[in-house]
Design a protein around this ligand. Structure first.
Ligand SMILES: Nc1ncnc2c1ncn2[C@@H]1O[C@H](COP(=O)(O)OP(=O)(O)OP(=O)(O)O)[C@@H](O)[C@H]1O
Length: 600
């Protein structure tokens, strides 16, 4: 398998054209349930900003009333001014703490909600989604991107609002104190804002780039870590490390460019901000000497200027974070916007009661190609299957046998024709109801990193332990499970690597039997099993097929012979249908296959 190049993976990611902060609007529905917390955060934020803005005014009072004009000093007034200052400090402390709590709480809460929603959304996507998206990439979005959103809501937004308030309030108070000095500072401020905005936009673009590169690296690592054995068998460790290094270095280079731009942004903001203030203060000093301003007023002006300069520096800092979070939420939104290709019908039809011996199946003129390849895999397939019938499907590799199972479970919809269960088109059935009715034992059984008991329970989460034991017995899995070190409680290892192929298959059969499906789909493993395992699995299958309609992609002679009918697929067509004896007598594809595969 060829590893995707960074640019190839990137090209698959759908992009949204957006401008400015609009992607953040999509976070609004996540905030909606938490109006109370938003209100607390908002009110405390405004109160804290107001208290900060009152401080310079109090200082002016202290200087003008208490120190400079000591001849007119009024102790009562001084005491009152200091008391007010203390009160302001207390209000500032309380409101800041409240704001911190409410805003951080919101950050954590929204991150959890976004994570849950994205996971639930991704997990219900049709296989088509996973054909073009690496699971590692989704994981990276779930982790890295949600953390950025947490920073945004938990810190950046409140810092942004706070700095905006301080900036505006500070500026107004500067004008009130001295309009002439303020006009000068204001002109200089304009000169600062323009380069900041230009650079800010650049930082935002660079952030999305970094996030993409990190997602690429995670995607690659996720895929390759699942295939460590293959990598080691082919002794490709070095080549894989080199490829991963290339991805990581790519991410580093993208991050370095972003950091440089942001450093420059901070530098410009601080240098411009302070130099303009210093220049104005210089003029302010002259104004005091010329007695146009009092010392208290100049102090007040200096403090307000410092507040405004601090707010500008703060805004520049926060803007960088906000830009990164916009990039992150844009990427999460792409995921949430994706609709699954397979959806529930708006008004699902009810399924007629299922007869005891299983369901009837009809394939009516099915033609299908996979979305990624326009070559027809199934060509005008028509077939009727009676309730309770055991039908073996045989054919060369790639003939389209497993595809039929995919369509039955509605992982894909055929481009033409209909599949009916008991006369109802599966397209009109509720998706859950359809899949509940079907039990599949795939070739490659997935074992979760849990014990044997829970791995079987996956077939029916509400099953009792005794139901599980019964299913395991039916699947002839009971005896080997009991021989495991802790019996049913034995941990089966990551992806079941501690089990043999035959054992994994019997766990899979037990899991499906627990589900007790009306329609059973078996994809027999082609891997050569020893004759004991083979006969055990055969026994398990025999028990499983009783009283239900069963389709078996058959590779074993025993299964084929027992089937009521054998359907032979070739290049997407049904070419022969009949019993073993009939088809052998015909001397067609089946008899050739039987000669080759079953050594008859
Ligand atoms: N997700 C997919 N996207 C595109 N093509 C696919 C996909 N899955 C299978 N195919 C193609 O569809 C054809 C039929 O595949 P299918 O798995 O149904 O064959 P099969 O008869 O079950 O083979 P086998 O016995 O080897 O499992 C093959 O040519 C295969 O390459």
């Amino acid at each position: 398998m060829k590893s995707p190049t960074p640019s190839a993976t990137q090209a698959k990611t759908p992009t949204i054209n957006s401008s400015g902060l609009t992607p953040l609007k999509a976070l609004a529905p996540f905030l909606k349930p938490y109006k109370k917390q938003l209100l607390v955060a908002g009110v405390s934020l405004i109160l804290a900003a107001c208290s900060t803005l009152v401080v310079p005014f109090s200082f002016r009072q202290i200087i003008d009333l208490g120190f400079v004009n000591s001849s007119h000093s009024d102790y009562g007034q001084i005491n009152w001014t200091f008391l007010t200052l203390l009160l302001i400090a207390v209000i500032l402390a309380i409101t800041t703490a409240l704001r911190f709590y409410a805003v951080s709480w919101l950050g954590e809460r929204i991150t959890s909600d976004v994570r849950q929603k994205v996971y639930a959304h991704v997990i219900s996507q049709s296989p088509q989604f996973f054909e073009v998206t690496q699971s590692g990439e989704v994981l990276s979005r779930l982790n890295t991107d949600t953390i950025l959103i947490q920073t945004l809501i938990g810190t950046s937004v409140s810092m942004f609002v706070r700095n905006c308030l301080l900036f505006t309030g500070g500026l107004i108070m500067m004008f009130v104190t001295s309009a002439r000095l303020s006009v000068m500072i204001f002109v200089m401020l304009l000169l600062i804002v323009i380069p900041i905005m230009i650079l800010g936009r650049k930082v935002r673009k660079l952030s999305k780039n970094t996030q993409d590169k990190i997602a690429n690296a995670s995607g690659l690592a996720g895929e390759k870590l699942n295939a460590v054995n293959t990598i080691q068998s082919f002794t490709n460790e070095k080549a894989e490390s080199t490829l991963f290094n290339q991805y990581v270095e790519d991410a580093f280079l993208a991050a370095r460019t972003r950091i440089r731009a942001r450093a420059l942004l901070t530098l410009i903001a601080i240098v411009f901000g302070f130099s303009s203030i210093i220049a104005v203060l210089w003029l302010g000093a002259y104004a005091v000497l010329d007695q146009q301003l009092s010392s208290g007023e100049l102090t007040q002006f200096i403090l307000y200027s410092a507040i405004v300069a601090g707010a500008i520096a703060g805004l520049a800092e926060v803007l960088g974070d906000t830009q990164r979070a916009v990039g992150a939420s844009e990427r999460l939104l792409e995921l949430l916007k994706l609709k699954s290709h397979i959806e529930n019908p708006l008004e699902p039809r009810a399924l007629p009661a299922i007869p005891e011996q299983g369901v009837a199946l009809q394939f009516e003129g099915i033609s299908f190609h996979y979305p990624s390849n326009s070559n027809l895999v199934l060509k005008n397939i028509s077939l009727e299957i009676e309730p309770g019938e055991l039908v073996a499907i045989v054919g060369r590799s790639g003939a389209g046998k497993s595809t039929l199972f995919q369509l039955l479970q509605r992982f894909y919809d055929p481009q033409q024709g209909a599949i009916k269960i008991n006369g109802v088109n599966i397209h009109d059935l509720n998706l859950n109801q359809l899949r509940q009715m079907i039990g599949i034992v795939p070739q490659d059984i997935v074992i979760f990193s849990d014990n044997a008991l829970e791995n079987i329970r996956y077939g029916k989460l509400t099953a009792s332990d005794s139901e599980i034991f019964e299913a395991a017995k039916m699947a002839v899995a009971d005896e080997f499970i009991l021989k495991l070190p802790q019996g049913y409680q034995t941990f089966l290892g990551d992806r079941g690597i501690r089990l043999s192929g035959g054992q994994r298959q019997r766990i899979g059969i037990a899991r499906t039997l627990l589900k007790n499906p009306a329609l059973l789909l078996l994809d027999e493993a082609t891997s050569a099993l020893d004759s004991e395992s083979e006969s055990l699995i055969q026994l398990a299958i025999e028990k499983a097929t009783k009283n239900r309609t069963t389709l078996v992609i058959a590779h074993r002679l025993a299964t084929v012979k027992k089937a009521n009918r054998i359907v032979v697929f070739d290049e997407g067509n049904i070419v022969e249908v009949g019993t073993h004896a009939e088809l052998i007598a015909q001397g067609g594809i089946y008899s050739t296959l039987a000669d080759l595969q079953f050594s008859t």
